[in-house]
Ligand binder design. Structure first.
Ligand code: TYD
Ligand code: MG
Length: 455
């Protein structure tokens, strides 16, 4: 009989070590090694071996392979279809990560309730009656949705083989366990093994599989980075739990682009797709208030107009405070330094707060110009007209740099009734078509914004 072997596995990176060590020799994390008994290889049974489908593949000429075209299945959810690149590909494995309570289970139960084929929803986290309560809340019919409370990955595959669902949902990958491995559910080796087996199962049967994954405090998917390599698509569900908006982002997609983005609103009766985000993200405020500016941003391939709000007040205590929501704090500090140096504006003695409406987090550099204008507007207490939008990236020497897809931003601003837009002068040259209802104000230096709007 082969001897069983003990190894120590890092719960952070998945690296192994032959002996117990305080610090992982691969990633340098402390106290992450966990003892694990490795069973002899021969005893392990993967799904492919168990079902006798193991036959070696022969190389095939690329031109002889038939492309599987038009096979995507619509998820009946426009936002999800968009981030997946048009629908669910048969045999693919999709991983959805997100913080606890963000709405992962809600989103997938909703998908399960809306699809017409048979769905197998496996849960290791909740009881069947809890799912029933949620389904009632979502007002779904659910006659073709089967619920299985199970954590053994092989039993799940057996059940799926019997029911032959058109979609398999597993909530969550961290609760699964494979009998082949001794370590506890949620540990690196279990997560890796279960995901690997489900991946092989999906490929062998063509049943698309959605895995829900937890994320760690730092915001990355729990379990090894390897999990992201195993699956075909990685989606991240994010948003501020205290706000109603939720964003579904693609981190990896083997079948489409990763620049897409889905926006949802969490309501009392489930998640609702938001097809017109700009209208929700602009305040309905009729009065013009200082400290507010509208950015024509682009998230993925979608233009959306978002309100940036700044509050600049005299610092009462020693150290001035700086805080942001939805915008990078370091980037705001950089913009403040630019305003200080180029415009001589005295932000040094002020508390500065910055907020993007709706609890969204944005990385588009084109928001810079709106943020900078909101900061100036609050400092000088001069309101910016509500019909003005901004797009432009600000460089360290106060120059306004060109942004991508300026036409799309202009069209969206014009559609929402904006009449004036401040854009980088360099963008004006390459501009092919522009809506004639919007006046363009080319800007090349941040000082020009101050001259035109604050004086
Ligand atoms: P849930 O989907 O369980 O989150 P996750 O699986 O990501 O941990 O629930 C998310 C939150 O959404 C929960 O706190 C309650 C709220 N919620 C609604 O506001 N409306 C609804 O219809 C449902 C089902 C949940
Ligand atoms: Mg859940």
């Amino acid at each position: 009989m082969a001897k069983t072997k003990t190894i120590f596995v890092c719960q952070s990176c998945g690296g192994t070590s032959p002996k117990m060590e305080g610090k992982c020799r691969h990633c340098g994390e402390w106290n992450t090694l966990v003892e694990q008994v490795q069973k002899p290889q021969a005893k392990r049974s993967t799904f492919a071996q168990a079902s006798g489908q193991r036959n070696s593949a022969a190389p095939v000429r690329l031109t002889d392979i038939a492309a599987e075209k038009g096979q995507r299945v619509s998820s009946q959810d426009d936002e999800l279809n968009r981030v997946l690149g048009g629908g669910i590909v048969p045999g693919s494995v999709i991983l959805i990560g997100g913080q606890p309570g963000i709405g992962k289970s809600t989103l997938l139960l909703q998908v399960a309730l809306n699809l017409s084929g048979t769905i197998l929803y496996v849960t290791g986290e909740e009881s069947a009656s809890q799912i029933k309560m949620r389904a009632n809340r979502l007002k779904g019919d659910g006659s073709n949705c089967h619920i299985l409370t199970e954590t053994n990955v092989q039993d799940i595959m057996t059940a799926a083989t019997t029911i032959k669902p058109s979609l398999l949902i597993v909530d969550s990958i961290q609760t699964l366990q494979s009998p082949d491995i001794t370590s506890t559910p949620g540990s690196v080796s279990q997560v890796r093994e279960c995901a690997g087996e489900l991946q092989q199962f999906a490929k062998a049967t063509g049943i698309p599989t959605v895995l829900i994954g937890h994320i760690t405090k730092e915001g990355s998917l729990a379990g090894p980075k390897l999990l992201e390599h195993i699956v075909d698509v990685v989606l991240q569900f994010e948003g501020d739990r205290h706000h109603t908006y939720r964003i579904l982002r693609t981190i990896k997609n083997r079948f489409g682009s990763t620049s897409e983005l889905g926006i949802y609103e969490m309501r009392a009766d489930g998640l609702r797709e938001v097809s017109n985000p700009s209208e929700l993200l602009l305040s309905q405020n009729e009065d013009e208030l200082s400290g507010s500016a509208i950015a024509a941003a682009l998230e993925g391939n979608r233009p959306l107009l978002i309100e940036t709000q700044a509050l600049v007040t005299k610092a009462v205590y020693g150290n001035p405070q700086r805080s942001t929501t939805g915008f990078d704090l370091r980037r705001m500090n950089m913009l403040l330094a630019v305003l200080d140096k180029r415009g001589g504006l005295p932000f040094g003695q002020c508390d500065v707060f910055l907020n993007l409406a709706g609890g969204l987090r944005m990385d588009d550099p084109a928001i810079d110009l709106a943020v900078l204008s909101a900061l100036m507007s609050s400092l000088r207490d001069v309101a910016i007209p509500a019909t003005v939008a901004f797009a432009g990236e600000v460089g360290l020497s106060g120059e306004v740099r060109a942004v991508s897809h300026i036409e799309q931003r202009l069209i969206e601003a014009a559609r929402l009734g904006f009449t004036d837009m401040y854009i980088p002068a360099t963008n004006l040259r390459g501009l092919s078509k522009q809506p004639n209802t919007i006046r363009l104000h080319p800007i090349s230096k941040v000082e020009e914004i101050y001259e035109r709007l604050m004086t």
